[in-house]
Unconditional design. Structure first.
Length: 307
């Protein structure tokens, strides 16, 4: 839609009226000016596409061993080389990346949901409810997270249930349940600031219930920092999962993840360094790109940010 020009000959001025933009276009315009964020978005899209397409397109079984191809250097046939069992490292990296990214996304959903629920309840109701929930949040924050992660992971590893032993589901639950306090504090602060605004008072006077006030009126206005926190949470969850798998308490072989690929590579880094370099680079690039995306969203969704 072209700009409409209105001339004021008596003043010698020309007024250009810009057509009203949607919120989505405004956010994208500001986001696209953040070059590292755009590069991060392209990088994450490329990595996720490779993780989905490569294992399906090649038809290569990431779990099948080839004793005649043990620890081959990177070559046109195996662009990332092979591991200690002769498995193609590029295919395993893509297959493991699919598991790591799914864990990161699912963990983010669990932690943001719990954090939003607890933070919104504390911030909206205030008083004794706020005091109890925030003291519980402080208690969870005071406990070393890695200790709890290792403890619960070990308990689940010893169970006889195949669903809870060694698969990605318990890792998602453990990390998600233990990583909500940061989101809860963020959401609580937003609800405390917004619940006394005029539009909330108007909705309350029109007969809106507390649940409707929280979900339909306050939460959409607090969505911007929650979206940014969710983006950053994915990268943090990928690092946490990689740490657990590297220590032997995460997703168990033969299911590949970037973390347990690093664990398997630590005993052969001298003779086959590519088995550690490529999984490490995959984690680095993915988390760095997600952090850049979070920075770009923070700038694009901040109404006070000037670009």
């Amino acid at each position: 839609m072209a700009e409409v020009a209105a001339s004021l000959p008596e003043l010698g001025l020309e007024v250009h009226i810009r057509p009203q933009e949607s919120m989505r276009r405004i956010v994208w315009r500001h986001f696209s000016r953040h070059k590292p964020a755009v590069l991060g978005l392209i990088t994450v899209t490329l990595i996720m596409s490779l993780c989905i397409i490569v294992p399906w397109l090649t038809g290569y079984d990431a779990l099948q061993t080839h004793v005649e191809s043990i620890r081959l250097r990177p070559s046109p046939e195996h662009i990332f080389g092979t591991d200690e069992l002769g498995r193609d490292l590029f295919v395993r990296l893509c297959d493991g990346g699919r598991v790591s990214i799914v864990i990161g996304l699912a963990t983010m959903i669990v932690s943001i949901f719990l954090g939003t629920l607890i933070g919104a309840t504390a911030g909206f109701y205030g008083g004794r409810v706020d005091n109890v929930l925030m003291r519980f949040t402080d208690f969870v924050l005071s406990i070393p997270q890695l200790f709890l992660l290792l403890l619960f992971a070990q308990l689940l590893r010893t169970t006889n249930n195949p669903v809870l032993s060694g698969g990605p589901l318990p890792i998602i639950v453990i990390i998600g349940v233990l990583s909500w306090p940061g989101a809860a504090r963020l959401v609580r602060g937003q609800f405390l600031a917004l619940k006394s605004r005029e539009f909330v008072d108007a909705a309350r006077m029109s007969g809106a219930t507390n649940i409707r006030l929280m979900v339909r009126h306050i939460l959409p206005n607090a969505a911007s920092p929650i979206i940014v926190a969710a983006t950053l949470r994915v990268g943090q969850a990928i690092i946490t999962e990689s740490t657990l798998s590297f220590l032997g308490y995460g997703v168990q072989p033969p299911t590949p993840t970037w973390g347990n690929m690093l664990k398997n590579a630590q005993v052969q880094m001298v003779i086959a360094p590519w088995t550690a370099i490529f999984p490490g680079m995959a984690i680095l690039l993915t988390v760095l790109a997600l952090n850049y995306i979070g920075d770009g969203l923070r700038d694009a969704l901040d109404p006070h940010h000037v670009q």
